[in-house]
Design a protein around this ligand. Structure first.
Ligand SMILES: Cc1cc2nc3c(=O)[nH]c(=O)nc-3n(C[C@H](O)[C@H](O)[C@H](O)COP(=O)(O)OP(=O)(O)OC[C@H]3O[C@@H](n4cnc5c(N)ncnc54)[C@H](O)[C@@H]3O)c2cc1C
Length: 432
């Protein structure tokens, strides 16, 4: 493992799409350290199945805007939504430039699919592993850059702050437990979601909202920690661990939900929170722990072409989606709240940025529209990089003393951080 230097120009915490996109958009002479708490391929960005939205043309702007707002219960920041939608074609062009391969028709034009809450197909995809396709291509590019150091199994446990200014972070080697102060001109928090705090979640278990707790610790503004999205359809299992997601686009392609009698009980294309509520009501009525999802209407050819991973995984669990319905249950999936940021991913603390699922820029409002999160993460990460790039020449590295003791036992610190997030979420829930 490469040695961590005492200082860098930019410290990026997280190697999902947000962290990687920021690193790749910084000038090549910028000295960058990227940290990840686990292996580089263990981020939720790798798990995204459905796809990534793109504005298909000016005529779709109103529809896309309205779909995002409707899903978000009109609590979205309209300027942020506009920024995301209008920047989407450029971001998709960037991704294609990085070598990302989206599905195309026989004429070589992009193919678009549809998911719940969308009034028309506007989602680009790569089989049912779009996140892996995007993130692995970004990772290849980042690894090829000599100015980017990627350090696995190394976690941020605190920020180094003085007044309302951030000078880097205290990092911990997850294997040895050794602590080190790392100074930087700018720091980006891109630590993903909070699923690891829940018993049932589609997220990686190590995603425990660490950056949020650290933000709370330092009085950095956070927002809507109680806005958590539950995905309506994850494969029902008695086993402990991450829940396997059955992408919304299977419903977009015709899959239907059935009760214990095999009868359809809701409109499968309504936004996620509405479908989740319908499923929970049906489970209560039927006295069951799951409902059934029937993918047979999608057709064997589309299943083979578009959903090979879902089919393979369900076969491992003993179900052939081409022959029989599968048991599904809602589970924690996405976090709409987070560290409050502006249109350039700046937090309320100087020199500190946040992007991706750990940040709240107002795009999603109270509920995220399917396939808007990869896009939003990438766009805000790029904007953070552009602003940092402008300012880097005029900023110097400062190294105020950082105390490396006082963090206590690792398990106790984790529990303390988790408790802080839960308490803030409960407080916000009471105030809503
Ligand atoms: C199963 C599933 C399917 C999804 N499908 C879609 C989809 O089809 N379309 C879509 O738009 N979105 C989808 N999403 C959501 C989307 O994948 C995420 O919102 C997005 O990838 C978040 O990217 P990120 O870079 O913010 O975080 P992540 O990709 O989760 O990366 C977080 C990174 O932070 C690191 N980290 C965490 N804490 C620390 C710490 N303390 N110190 C150091 N490193 C730390 C992690 O190790 C990881 O590297 C899906 C999510 C899941 C779980």
């Amino acid at each position: 493992m490469s040695k961590i230097e005492k200082s860098y120009d930019v410290l990026i915490v997280g190697t999902g799409v947000a962290g990687l996109c920021c690193a790749l958009n910084l000038p090549r002479e910028t000295r960058i350290l990227m940290l990840t708490k686990a292996a580089v391929d263990e981020s939720d960005s790798f798990l995204a199945q459905g796809g990534i939205c793109m504005l298909r043309g000016t005529e779709d702007f109103e529809g896309y805007f309205e779909d995002t707002l409707r899903a978000g219960h009109y609590e979205n920041d309209e300027t942020a939504v506009r920024q995301m939608i209008l920047s989407s074609p450029e971001m998709i062009a960037d991704l294609v430039g990085y070598g990302v391969d989206f599905a195309k028709d026989e004429k070589g034009e992009f193919r678009f699919t549809r998911e719940g809450g969308h009034s028309r197909p506007r989602i680009l995809f790569h089989d049912d592993v779009t996140g892996k396709e995007i993130t692995s291509k970004l990772l290849v590019k980042a690894r090829a850059c000599k100015n980017i150091v990627i350090r696995e199994y190394t976690e941020l446990i605190d920020l180094i702050c003085e007044g309302n200014e951030c000078f880097g972070g205290v990092v911990r080697d997850c294997n040895s437990g050794a602590l080190q102060a790392v100074y930087a001109k700018f720091t980006l928090l891109a630590t993903g979601g909070v699923g690891g705090l829940y018993e049932h979640s589609t997220n990686f278990r190590h995603l425990t909202g660490d950056a949020l707790a650290i933000a709370l610790l330092h009085g950095i503004e956070v927002e809507h920690l109680n806005y958590v999205q539950i995905h309506p359809t994850t494969f029902y299992s008695e086993k402990h661990g991450r829940r396997f997601l059955i992408s919304e686009s299977v419903r977009g392609e015709g899959a239907i939900l059935l009760d214990k009698e095999g009868k359809r009980f809701c409109n499968e294309l309504l936004p996620r929170d509405v479908v989740t509520a319908e499923i929970r009501a049906q489970m209560k009525k039927d006295g069951t722990k799951f409902v059934w999802l029937d993918m047979r209407p999608v057709g064997e050819a589309t299943i083979a072409e578009h959903f090979p991973t879902i089919r393979r995984r369900c076969l491992q669990e003993g179900y052939d989606v081409c022959r029989q319905p599968i048991p599904v249950v809602p589970a924690q999936h996405y976090f709409m709240g987070g560290i409050r940021v502006d249109l350039n991913a700046k937090t309320s603390m100087k020199r500190l940025f946040a992007a991706g699922e750990t940040a709240c820029n107002g795009v999603h409002g109270k509920n995220r529209l399917a396939s808007n999160s990869l896009l939003e993460s990438l766009i805000w990460a790029k904007r953070a990089a552009m602003l940092m790039a402008q300012k880097l020449p005029d900023v110097s590295i400062e190294m105020p003393p950082a105390a490396l003791d006082g963090y206590g036992e690792d398990a106790a610190r984790r529990e303390k951080y988790a408790k802080m997030i839960r308490e803030e979420a409960e407080r916000e829930e009471c105030c809503d």
